[in-house]
Design a protein around this ligand. Structure first.
Ligand code: NAD
Ligand code: ZN
Ligand code: ZN
Length: 271
């Protein structure tokens, strides 16, 4: 049975909707940057004969970054301190890592610049918006045995925050609402759950320059691929694509969004 697209829309019913409004106070993490570094890195006593991957100088030389004064006026991380990540074991100047952290979104998470291991919960800079999920009876090409999950992302234009490339300036939103499709089978539903986590962590979109249109200060996809064509594949972002679910699972994992996030108590809320 084939339904023209407009009828399929009428046949779908809503079963999940999550709206997120991120206030900029959420970004001002309660944790001091030095504490974040010290949570995920330990000081090494014998300095290895290696270069720091951030400043490229030898670890036996001090970091070129200045130690920011602490609130108490003391110094917590010294230029000569070499640290080791607790899981992956990569070593670098702790002060270089602190400078890198202070340059980012300061969300309480760290990413090893060598191997990209994520410590804590990485969050992004996606503007406020709405993620809605619907069910469609029609099958996707390549997934004849199940129906379809439809995700609709709506993001209105707004003013860039301090985490964006040009704070205070407008950002535009092209092609919204954006409609995306997943097969409604076990693996597709798992991807959906992980996409909800990625949405709550502000990882699906970012503000930047569109590589398709060249437009700056606009809301763009952020490396977690979505299928935006349902019954064709004219753009390369449609079905069939037998590797899609595995590919998007590894893109989610590279942002720190894995099945483990579904087991842990989540900070997300739905309405
Ligand atoms: P971009 O051009 O900066 O590209 C970022 C990533 O998005 C790349 O990995 C790219 O492969 C992927 N991408 C590009 N076009 C896509 C598409 N149509 N569907 C899914 N993924 C796509 O990202 P962008 O500027 O956010 O999006 C690219 C273009 O697609 C924009 O012009 C946007 O307006 C358009 N778009 C339109 C709709 C619509 O419903 N009209 C939906 C999605 C995207
Ligand atoms: Zn360094
Ligand atoms: Zn590492």
């Amino acid at each position: 049975m084939f339904f023209p697209f407009s009828e399929v829309i009428e046949l779908c019913w809503r079963y999940f909707s999550v709206t997120t409004v991120f206030s900029s106070s959420l970004l001002a993490s309660a944790q001091r940057p030095e504490e974040v570094i010290q949570r995920y890195m330990e000081v090494v006593a014998g300095v290895p004969d290696e270069d720091c991957i951030i400043c490229m100088d030898q670890l036996s030389n001090p970091s070129g970054y200045e130690t920011p004064p602490t609130e108490e006026g003391g110094q917590s991380i010294l230029p000569e301190t070499v640290g080791k990540f607790i899981k992956c074991g990569h070593t670098l100047h702790m002060l270089c890592m602190l400078a890198m952290y202070n340059n980012g979104t300061k969300d309480g998470s760290l990413q090893c610049p060598s191997c990209k291991t994520i410590y804590g919960e990485k969050t992004g800079t996606q503007p406020k918006g709405k993620m809605e999920i619907y069910s469609i009876a029609q099958s996707l090409p390549g997934h004849p045995d199940c129906g379809t999950i439809q995700i609709i992302y709506s993001i209105p234009p707004g003013i860039q925050g301090p985490e964006h490339p040009n704070p205070g300036q407008l950002y535009t939103c092209r092609g919204f609402p954006r409609f995306c499709f997943l097969p409604d089978n076990d693996k597709g539903r798992k991807v959906l759950e992980l996409l909800k986590v990625a949405w709550m962590r502000r990882l699906i979109f970012t503000v930047g320059t569109s590589s398709t249109t060249g437009e700056p200060d606009t809301v763009v996809w952020n490396g977690i691929h979505h299928k935006t064509e349902m019954m064709s594949n004219l753009s390369g972002h449609g079905y069939p694509d037998p590797n899609y679910l595995d590919n998007v699972l590894s893109e989610l994992a590279s942002q720190g969004v894995t099945e483990d996030c579904l087991k842990a108590p989540s900070s997300s809320s739905s309405s």
